[in-house]
Write a protein that binds this ligand. Structure first.
Ligand code: ATP
Ligand code: MG
Length: 431
């Protein structure tokens, strides 16, 4: 098979040198050559733009360009074309520079023969092809590398997304677990409360029921023998027992409603000074003469939005406690104050006080302090107070010393209006 024709562009301004090279090529008859000869670089570049060549033989000293610049411009125009530089005898350094700038080889004029020329051309083409392949491999490698990087990025992003999903699933699961735990805890509290209610109520019910039973039996059998006063005493005992039972049922109802989150809450604008004054009067009527119940407020009118029933409930419970736990009588005081946007109720007594160790559990249902002695109670009152205050978004604090007395402080954050401030802020009105 014939070897393919090698297309050569010869850029040489010296006709003698050009002829000589052409002759050398003709001598090498095992290869087919086609030679295009130009004398100037400008022509060479134009020819390169318009035609395909396999190799260029480039003289470094042309009429329109000399030295390395010739190689640089040729290489820029045809980057893939192998260049064999033709130099003079004393120009080896420039020739080597030319190789560094992209030429494949150089030939020293006057030392060229046919074999050398053919070999230089062959090697130049080979080297250029190898370089091209190397470049292509590099480019392919680069592409693969970029593809790989891209894939790694995509997978990392995918993994990150999955991780995020997993994380939010874990958080959601933890939230649900927490909710479940809380629900179970609430369930347990409710069930504890129920069993407590059953045991306390059944126990607490016995005494008044026994009283009612004995009084009704006595009335049935002996009322005809008794005078009016004795009969009346037994009716009163029955009435008190019924009141006590009703109170017990009401307390249990409120507590279980509050625990189930079903406590009615209807805040309405109330005139608190008037309300407290009346409540204190009512309690004074039923309290013993040993107790002096007073109401203290520095303003004559405080309007605030509260649930009247719940307000009555918690104030009555606290004032009843203050009276009950002052067995030797003394002063019981309800103090009302309106500060910026909070209403403050203080209930003070001079009673038995609450031991420090009992103060933490004070608002737990059925908890009674260790110093109550024979004073009766179920331990529901303060739990109810707490529910009533909580629903108003309020807070309770207690200051107490055994043997000295107790103060409960209720703060309810409500926008209240002091319609009439007394002229002298330190003058106190006692009702
Ligand atoms: P009841 O359900 O009939 O009100 P109780 O008075 O025992 O029964 P709470 O009102 O809840 O129950 O009070 C809980 C406990 O706190 C009381 O048993 C008592 O030991 C203590 N306590 C409450 N108020 C006072 C007070 N003002 N002084 C001293 N101890 C008090
Ligand atoms: Mg009580």
């Amino acid at each position: 098979m014939d070897s393919p024709t090698i297309k050569i562009l010869l850029v040489e301004d010296n006709p003698a040198d050009a002829d000589l090279l052409s002759e050398f090529l003709e001598e090498a008859d095992e290869t087919q050559w086609s030679l295009v000869h130009v004398e100037k670089l400008k022509e060479a570049l134009q020819t390169l733009r318009e035609n395909h060549f396999d190799v260029i033989l480039l003289d470094l000293s042309l009429p329109d360009k000399q030295g390395l610049a010739t190689v640089v411009q040729t290489h820029e125009t045809a980057p893939d074309l192998p260049i064999v530089v033709l130099t003079g005898l004393n120009d080896r350094v420039t020739a080597l520079d030319a190789v560094r700038q992209g030429a494949q080889d150089y030939l020293v004029k006057g030392k060229i023969d046919s074999n050398l020329l053919v070999r230089a051309i062959g090697y130049a083409i080979e080297r250029s092809n190898t370089l091209k392949q190397l470049r292509q491999s590099e480019e392919q490698l680069q592409r693969l590398n970029e593809e790989l990087e891209h894939r790694v990025k995509e997978q990392t992003e995918e993994l990150r997304d999955k991780n995020r999903c997993l994380q939010s699933e874990i958080t959601e699961r933890q939230r649900l677990e927490e909710e479940l735990r809380n629900a179970l805890m609430k369930e347990k509290e409710l069930s504890d409360l129920k069993s407590n209610i059953i045991s306390v109520v059944s126990h607490e019910y016995r005494t008044p029921l026994a009283t009612i039973l004995s009084s009704t039996e006595l009335l049935e059998n002996y009322s005809h023998k008794w005078d009016q006063e004795k009969r009346q005493r037994h009716f009163k005992r029955i009435e008190n027992s019924v009141h006590h039972l009703t109170q017990l049922v009401n307390d249990v109802l409120i507590i279980s409603k509050a625990e189930a989150g079903k406590l009615d809450f209807n805040p309405v604008p109330l005139e608190l000074v008037e309300f407290c004054y009346q409540l204190v009067e009512e309690l004074q009527l039923t309290a013993s003469t040993q107790h002096n119940i007073s109401f203290l407020c520095q303003t004559s009118s405080i309007k605030a939005c509260l649930d009247e029933k719940l307000l009555r409930q918690f104030l009555t419970n606290l004032l009843s406690n203050a009276i009950k736990y002052s067995p030797h009588g003394g002063n019981v005081q309800l103090e009302l104050e309106c500060k910026q946007d909070v209403t403050i109720f203080r209930i003070r007594d001079q009673g038995i006080g609450i031991p420090l160790k009992d103060q933490d559990q004070l608002f737990e249902a059925f908890h009674r302090s260790s110093n109550v002695g024979t004073i009766s109670g179920t331990g529901l009152g303060l739990a109810i107070v707490k529910k009533c205050v909580d629903i108003h978004n309020g807070q309770i604090a207690v200051e107490s010393e055994v043997g000295t007395g107790t103060t409960f402080i209720i703060t309810i954050p409500l926008i209240c209006q002091v319609t009439e401030q007394l002229a002298e802020s330190n003058s106190q009105s006692v009702y």
